[in-house]
Design a protein around this ligand. Structure first.
Ligand code: IPM
Ligand code: MN
Length: 353
């Protein structure tokens, strides 16, 4: 297969983990005789520095000309500590999601046996937890009308029936392929937007008689995720709730550095780790590349390169099993490995297997 892949390393640890994602894709291409062509673009603070825009026209053009985007992270303390900044790195990611019409963000959460003790939660609670959070990605408060004054500020949590329907459809499709259990997470006891979500979901239930749909308020869901994560199989929720719940869910896996995601919808699909740019670690070669590498696996699977994706996943599992791990998940009291060494180990596994 021939694929044109846009690589957007971004900020902080982005460039370090990006390298490992590309290394893995190059290794897969060689091993399975595919042709992957990589072209690089700027996003986030890196793009503000160079172009004065966190998602410049050049980057949009590159994304639109590509079959897939491999994105890493954006964010920079220069902007975090300056509430008056008019342009911010995060706007680049939001603009990219919106202009590529990536309304569905698929975030799988599962555990590794060897890492159960890296989670602060009890092993018997998290063992075999395995669910997918489907986060709506181009609506809600992130994109609704905003006002930012000195005395007053607001963000509007707006959702149309059409936006709700299409993301619920994605949720039901995943539920049909898994154990036919869908949890719609909302705040319908308080928010009008959530009540429309619930109304639309109730109307759609009839189209999927095999799926058991249940409804959960987001406050309750946030408790359930760490109290009884095995309850969930497929969860679907709005943009803001999905952002928050998936950081929380990463605690089950043992490290934020393990969670990949796929953002899909209208135009070029984008594959991005759930974690951010971790500026304090930038340049230190300690960031876990696994979220990025598993995002690359999701990219392969998106193009039905199932065997290839599977091999990458096995490489990741093997590295964890053999403790070729960055400090966040290295076995307690054992040596840890730099970002590049973990990537190299997984690449070697792919070559040999
Ligand atoms: C994420 C991130 C982004 C978000 C930020 C960087 C804008 O936290 O992908 O979860 O809030 O969507
Ligand atoms: Mn987030």
């Amino acid at each position: 297969m021939e694929l044109k892949i846009a690589v957007l390393p971004g900020d902080g640890i982005g460039p370090e983990i990006s390298k490992e994602g590309v290394r893995i894709l190059e290794t897969v291409a060689e091993r399975f005789h595919h042709t992957f062509k990589f072209r690089y673009g700027d996003v986030g603070a890196a793009a503000i520095d160079k172009w004065g825009d966190p998602f410049p026209e050049e980057t949009l053009k590159l994304c639109l000309e590509s079959d897939a985007v491999l994105f890493s992270a954006v964010g920079d303390p220069r902007y975090d500590n300056d509430p008056s900044a008019k342009v911010r790195p995060e706007q680049g990611l939001l603009k990219m999601r919106k202009s590529l019409e990536l309304f569905a963000n698929i975030r799988p959460i599962s555990t590794y046996k060897r890492l159960l003790d890296r989670s602060p939660l009890k092993e018997e609670v998290i063992e075999n937890a395995d669910f997918i959070c489907i986060r709506e990605l181009t609506g809600g408060m992130y994109f609704g009308e905003k006002y930012e004054g000195e005395e007053k500020a607001y963000d509007t949590n707006i959702y149309s029936r059409e936006e709700i329907e299409r993301i619920l459809r994605v949720g039901y499709d995943y539920a049909m392929r898994r154990s036919k259990h869908l949890t719609v997470v909302d705040k319908a006891n308080v928010l009008a937007s959530s009540r429309l979500w619930r109304k639309v979901a109730k109307e759609m239930e009839g189209d999927y008689p095999e799926v058991k749909t249940d409804y959960m308020f987001v406050d309750n869901a946030s408790m359930r995720i760490i109290q009884d994560p095995r309850f969930f199989d497929v969860m679907v929720t709005e943009n803001t709730f999905g952002d928050i719940l998936t950081d929380e869910a990463s605690v089950i896996t043992g490290s934020m550095g393990l969670l990949p995601s796929a953002s899909i919808g209208g135009k070029t699909p984008l594959f991005e780790p759930v974690h951010g740019s971790w500026p304090e670690a930038a340049g230190k070669n300690i960031a876990n590349p696994i979220a990025q590498i598993l995002s690359a696996a999701m990219l392969l699977e998106h193009f039905n390169l199932t065997q290839e994706g599977e091999l990458v996943r096995r490489g990741v599992e093997d590295s964890i099993k053999n403790n070729i791990c960055t400090p966040d998940i290295a076995r307690k009291g054992c040596e840890s490995f730099p970002t590049g060494e973990v990537g190299r180990y997984i690449a070697e596994y792919i070559k040999k297997n």
